[in-house]
Design a protein around this ligand. Structure first.
Ligand code: SAM
Length: 296
């Protein structure tokens, strides 16, 4: 596959949601890197969309525990406020949701209207299946329970699932490489755009990645937030027996692309976490919260 980029046609034909979920979101395989990565992502999202934590209100030692547990390498200039939390608004668009819902478990408590989206029909069908509680829908219970645990009440998981189903208002086709990634649909400008582990897969080059971030910025109100997790130095990943290409990105390239797309970076967390090498040989990842600058 060296040198060839797996574009939309390959995703549409060969990206099988169940193979992807089995590889990266299987909950019965113990403490494998994929499970740890999911917990890491849920923690970051909880700390971002959960209640604002002032330095005074922060439970003593809690931040230290999380820091140690996840081996964060913190690059923020004001480390005590890495996760000020409290990101909220009316509308949130998740770009390239894939077949997964974990990424909006935290945000469904602080946004009223969530849009999920993906390029492929199969992924959107998988999302609809879960949203409509159809037979054979993927079981996200362990992830939902973990998200509830972070919020302080793991017994609330059924309620949370219903909350999420109520807040997701639509599942749309998207192509991150289009000026309007949701075309032909035009949504009102959003308060938040979320995109996890996806732009590096949808883009064939650094230039395309930079353009895609500008496309995402166009979906946001001035002052709106971009929340993204990007795997670093990832050339490809496996879904079943199929290999999908990625644009390998350095942290500095991601950072510059976000700034050049018209954002100020509010948080940047660089973690050494990586997937199982045979599945996705990344070298760390970064979690970014950025705010769209007002004006052109
Ligand atoms: C690695 S998966 C990430 C899925 C999900 N966000 C997650 O966190 O697991 C990459 C996703 O990008 C989608 N994708 C690929 N090319 C795309 C494009 N041009 N525009 C939008 N999505 C695309 C694929 O369908 C796939 O669901």
């Amino acid at each position: 596959m060296e040198g060839s980029f797996t574009g939309g046609d390959e995703y549409q034909k060969h990206f099988l949601p169940r193979d992807y979920l089995a590889a990266f979101y299987s909950f019965d395989s113990g403490p494998v890197p994929e499970a740890e990565m999911l917990k890491f992502n849920l923690e970051c999202l909880h700390k971002t969309f959960g209640p604002a934590v002032t330095p005074q209100a922060r439970p003593p030692g809690r931040m230290l525990e999380i820091t140690l547990h996840f081996s964060f390498r913190v690059t923020s200039t004001h480390s005590w406020a890495i996760f000020p939390g409290g990101l909220q608004g009316d509308t949130l668009i998740d770009i390239d949701s894939g077949p997964t819902i974990y990424q909006v478990l935290a945000a469904c408590e602080s946004f009223k209207d969530i849009t999920l989206s993906d390029f492929t029909d199969r992924n959107r069908e998988e999302l609809e299946k879960w949203l409509k509680k159809e037979p054979g829908a993927y079981d996200w219970t362990p992830a939902v329970r973990f998200a509830c645990e972070l919020e302080g009440n793991s017994d609330r998981w059924r309620e949370k699932e219903e909350k999420l189903r109520a807040v997701v208002k639509r599942v749309l086709k998207c192509d991150a490489n289009l000026g309007n990634p949701l075309a032909p649909v035009v949504l009102p400008l959003a308060d938040c755009v979320l995109t996890l582990l996806a732009m590096e897969c949808a883009c064939c080059s650094l230039d395309a990645y930079r353009a895609a971030l500008r496309n995402l910025a166009s979906l946001l109100k001035p002052g709106g937030h971009l929340v993204t997790i990007v795997t670093l130095r990832l050339k490809s990943y496996m879904v079943g027996k199929r290999q999908f290409s990625c644009v390998p990105l350095e942290k500095e390239e991601v950072e510059q692309a976000v700034l050049d797309a018209g954002f100020d970076i509010e948080q940047l967390l660089h973690s050494p976490r990586s997937y199982t090498v045979s599945l996705a040989a990344n070298t760390g990842l970064c979690f970014i919260v950025a705010r769209k600058r007002p004006g052109p």
